[in-house]
Design a protein around this ligand. Structure first.
Ligand code: HEM
Ligand code: CU
Length: 650
């Protein structure tokens, strides 16, 4: 039973095993030495505070960006030269699979939820999300799912059937090892967390807005979160069902997706992309929201075309459900079907174009301040436009027969994912960092990181468009010298390492800024426009001592204008005790049981899965029957903390 448990014999993996062991020991030692266990438990693990949950999400995302990035560099190293003996074929398959899954599901998704958590309640003038307990459960399910997926590297073996695990390759016949089981359960568990987060943010935005904040007064980021969360609500159940069906195929010998017994692998491909295409919009829509908020803040102008922006966000979210087949035009479903999906895909370019023009018009004649959030936004616009245009090229169904599964596609989707999603989330991180921690990240080191990422990006991915047209296909670890692909591949690999430098500079920037920074005392680091900038940084745990009264778009900006014009301010309402949710250890404990359950099923160990399942049910009951879940912060305490913040601001 334990014969295949630990992966042995590969120096790369042995190194990983040793370093994971050492890092874990070091972490335990440090926490024990500084007596931080209690702090870790009460302040972080059991927290239901959206601001802390947001920080934990972003920390996890940066960790996963590192893992996914190392995978990317390994891939690019193997491809630098023809016939390199660095990663043999099986290992290469595993690495591009884990790279894709980790980047999308365990890097982009948590980064996104982190920013949702940090900004949305503050932007709408709320004290927390609608369901703080569920929010904590979502985080821990994501985290445990990600860890279950990640340990496959050192225990049992990594999945290697591509990031979307098409059958028959992902069936028991194609992948008899257990890597595919890790894939199913890692995604399944974290996916339940994501679905719950989507529901949570829809409820939060619809029900928790401060008095007077009508829908059409919401900041654009909040709108984009609503669009993205609604998309999650309708898309993630498809993923859950698809993974469950694949599991039944592998575990019970069902044959949903096997040709023998009347199943059909193409059904899987359709289902997974019915989730997969909306998924790419789930991660890009919030980036659009971030750029909108940043553009208006840093140009010191009202966002151009607010209504058209809302319309564009919402229509993209709906259209995203009707384009999935463009991922397999080559399936052979015929000209009519292909034409339908080609047109729906191209139609998405229209609202997207609307947005780009809105950003440009907002910037036009603005007094632009080129701090870090704005820099990343400026870099995003041309990058995303080119990436979008190559996307329209791919949408031309007959032409896609040439582009399909070539490096042209790889270049296209990295251009929108890195230039759009990653740059967008970086912009958001730099923008809200002062709100999270009370100081800005160092500008100078940040500029180095910015230029390395940007130059590296073009050096890495532009050659790949050409390589794709020259016939280089994806998911190959080897090519012949006489194909003429050598020079461009070397260039591309150099570019990847330049981006790696960018990442290192960001880590240095964070470490440096933690030690050397000026406290940002006003709470309004960028002369902002929305409500999160009206309260101290970092926000007090109850966010708003008094719930704000909203009377316009850009409420905080308008209020500053009113103050400057000497409009008399209304006398403040008296403080009232603030109703808050209590911390809970149950989400963390429940997630541990999910891990036991998932790990048991991965190995076909029912003796482990069944107790895990019982544990999950018991924690559900434990929560249902715990009634001591909230408390009030007394007025005195609120007053003291407000006065301290005011003193800090002077
Ligand atoms: C940081 C720089 C990055 C580099 C250098 C890089 C490089 C690569 C390469 C060379 C491949 C193709 C492997 C092959 O087909 O043989 C690949 C695949 C992929 N990448 Fe990246 N990547 C990067 C970042 C990202 C990011 C940020 C995302 C998503 C947010 C992402 C998502 C994917 C996906 C989904 C695949 C497809 C995997 C598959 O074929 O199953 N990558 N990457
Ligand atoms: Cu798509």
């Amino acid at each position: 039973m334990f014969g295949t448990f630990f992966i042995t014999g590969d120096p790369l993996i042995l190194g990983a095993q040793v370093s994971i062991g050492l890092v874990s020991l070091a972490a335990i030692f440090i926490v024990t030495y500084f007596k931080k266990w209690k702090w870790l438990w009460t302040e972080w693990i059991t927290t239901v505070d959206h601001k802390k949950i947001g920080i934990m999400y972003i920390l996890a995302a940066i960790l996963m960006l590192f893992r996914g990035g190392v995978d990317a560099l390994l891939i690019r190293t193997q491809l630098a030269l023809p016939h390199l003996e660095f990663l043999h074929a099986g290992h290469y398959n595993a690495i591009f699979t884990t790279h894709g899954v980790i980047m999308i599901l365990f890097m982009a998704m948590p980064f996104m939820f982190g920013l949702f958590n940090i900004a949305v309640p503050l932007q709408i003038g709320a004290r927390d999300v609608a369901y703080p307990y569920l929010n904590s459960l979502s985080f821990w399910l994501f985290f445990i799912g990600a860890m279950l997926f990640n340990i496959s590297f050192v225990i049992g073996g990594s999945p290697d059937a591509g990031w979307l695990a098409y059958p028959p390759l992902s069936e028991l016949s194609g992948s008899p090892g257990i890597g595919q089981n890790f894939y199913i359960w890692g995604i399944q568990i974290s996916g339940i967390g994501s679905l719950a987060s989507g529901i949570n943010f829809v409820a939060t935005i619809l029900k928790m807005r401060a008095p007077g904040m009508k829908l059409m007064r919401m900041p654009m980021f909040t709108w984009s979160v609503l669009a993205s969360s609604l998309t999650i609500m309708f898309a993630f159940p498809i993923l859950t069902v698809t993974m469950a069906m694949l599991f039944l195929d592998r575990f019970l010998g069902a044959h949903f997706f096997t040709l023998d017994g009347g199943g059909n692998p193409m059904m899987y491909v359709n289902l997974i992309w019915m989730w997969g295409h909306p998924e790419v919009y789930i991660v890009i829509l919030p980036a659009f929201g971030i750029f909108s908020d940043i553009v208006s803040t840093f140009a010191k102008k009202k966002l151009f075309g607010y209504k058209s922006m809302v319309f564009a966000l919402m229509s993209i979210s709906i259209l995203s459900f009707f384009t999935w087949l463009h991922h397999f035009f080559t399936m052979g479903s015929g000209a009519d079907v292909n034409a339908f999906f080609a047109i729906t895909t191209m139609v998405i370019a229209i609202p997207t174009g609307v947005k780009v023009f809105n950003w440009l018009f907002t910037l036009y004649k603005g007094r632009i301040n080129f701090s870090q959030p704005m820099l990343w936004t400026i870099a995003f616009i041309p990058c995303f436009v080119i990436g979008g245009m190559t996307g329209v090229m791919l949408a031309v169904a007959p032409a896609d027969f040439q582009f399909h599964n070539s490096y042209f596609l790889i270049a296209h989707f990295h251009q929108v994912l890195i230039g759009g999603v990653v740059f967008g989330y970086f912009a958001g991180m730099y923008y809200w960092w002062p709100k999270m921690f009370g100081f800005k990240l160092d500008e100078k080191i940040g500029k180095w990181a910015f230029w390395f990422w940007n130059i590296g990006f073009y050096v890495c991915f532009m050659p790949q468009y050409a390589l794709g047209l020259m016939g280089m296909t994806r998911r190959f670890n080897n090519y012949d010298t006489d194909l003429g692909w050598l020079p461009l591949n070397i260039v591309s690999t150099v570019g990847a390492f330049i981006m790696g430098l960018g990442f290192l500079f960001q880590i240095w920037q964070i470490v440096y800024s933690l030690r050397n920074h000026k406290k940002e005392k006003t709470g309004d680091a960028w002369d902002g426009r929305s409500l999160e900038w009206s309260i101290p940084s970092p926000a007090p745990m109850y966010n708003f001592a008094r719930l704000p009264q909203v009377s316009s778009q850009d409420e905080w900006w308008e209020e500053k204008e009113r103050r400057a014009a000497g409009v008399p301010v209304e006398p403040a309402q008296p403080l009232e005790p603030i109703h808050m949710p209590k911390n809970s250890g149950i989400p963390f404990i429940a997630s541990i049981f999910w891990f036991i359950f998932g790990f048991g099923l991965v190995w076909d160990w029912l003796w482990m899965a069944i107790p895990g399942f019982i544990g999950i049910v018991v924690t559900l009951f434990a929560r249902s029957f715990s009634f001591d879940t909230d408390y009030y912060i007394p007025v005195d305490e609120v007053r003291r903390s407000e006065e301290a913040a005011l003193k800090g601001a002077k």
